[in-house]
Design a protein around this ligand. Structure first.
Ligand code: IPD
Length: 261
């Protein structure tokens, strides 16, 4: 069956808004660890994912899924695929920081065509359909014109990869010396939206999963920004974990120059 991408986007947004109730009403949140003490999951991550999958499957019965809390992912090159992070910023969620989101990307045969990221705490819905621009609560957004020196920069600490800690903080120090300030906000998908909305000039993290950045990368690109791995021009096509940097064209140029120093 053929679906119009704007229809798919609206299904994704509806699913996120209904699942967001679970996040807003969460209580007695218990964290279970996955790969290590910083990699946590809660029953809410699973329940949000189940609800999203059920709603999307009801409207798109031939859809496949690539989700964070799923044991066996479907193929990335499926005809119709939803890439889901049910709660991005789980550590924030567990500790009551009220800065987490639901992220869904929609892809056809390996190309992401739509993305929706919802932060229920401030009722901000970021969205994009490839070729149609990026929006925040229905209003068009664009990245800033600013370079690094006039920008706030968000970064992620790659918390599940201790082997990347030294490089991360060396880079953070370098970037800090060249920009206005650095923020560690704790939800990569929202960091990407922060760049798309022109609030931050740049975001980088040395290791992310596809569900963390698939929707956000499209939203940044549709807002006129650039998004790529830190040390390579293109994202891996097999869905393996990768570094990510996103920014305004000017800030990206400054960042790539800094990497050479
Ligand atoms: C994490 C958050 C965090 C980032 C981690 C991600 P999760 O996602 O986006 O900011 O530093 O690398 O894995 O695990 O909360 O969905």
């Amino acid at each position: 069956m053929l679906y119009h991408h704007c229809e798919i986007l609206s299904l994704m947004e509806q699913a996120e808004r209904s699942a967001a109730e679970l996040i807003l009403q969460a209580h007695g949140i218990l964290a279970e660890t996955k790969s290590g003490k910083r990699d946590v999951v809660t029953e809410y991550d699973r329940r949000v994912q189940e609800l999203l999958m059920a709603q999307l499957q009801a409207s798109v019965p031939d859809a496949h899924f690539f989700c964070e809390e799923m044991k066996e992912q479907d193929r990335l090159d499926a005809d119709l695929l939803f890439i889901i992070d049910p709660i991005d910023g789980t550590m924030n969620f567990v500790h009551g920081f009220h800065h987490s989101c639901i992220s869904i990307a929609y892809a056809e045969r390996g190309t992401v065509l739509a993305g929706a990221i919802y932060n229920p705490y401030v009722d901000e819905m970021y969205s994009a359909v490839r070729g149609y621009g990026a929006f925040l609560n229905g209003h068009p957004i664009t990245v800033t014109d600013a370079g690094l020196s006039e920008s706030v920069v968000c970064y992620g600490s790659a918390p599940y990869n201790p082997e990347l800690t030294a490089r991360t903080f060396t880079l953070v120090r370098k970037v800090f010396d060249s920009c206005l300030d650095v923020h560690r906000e704790g939800a990569a998908a929202l960091d990407l939206c922060t760049v798309a909305a022109g609030r931050a000039g740049l975001f980088f993290e040395l290791q992310l999963s596809l569900w963390d950045y698939a929707a956000g990368a499209l939203i940044v690109q549709e807002a006129g920004g650039l998004c790529r791995p830190v040390d390579a021009p293109d994202f891996p096509t097999d869905g393996s974990r990768t570094s990510v940097v996103a920014g305004s064209p000017a800030a990206m140029k400054d960042f790539l120059r800094l990497l050479q120093d």
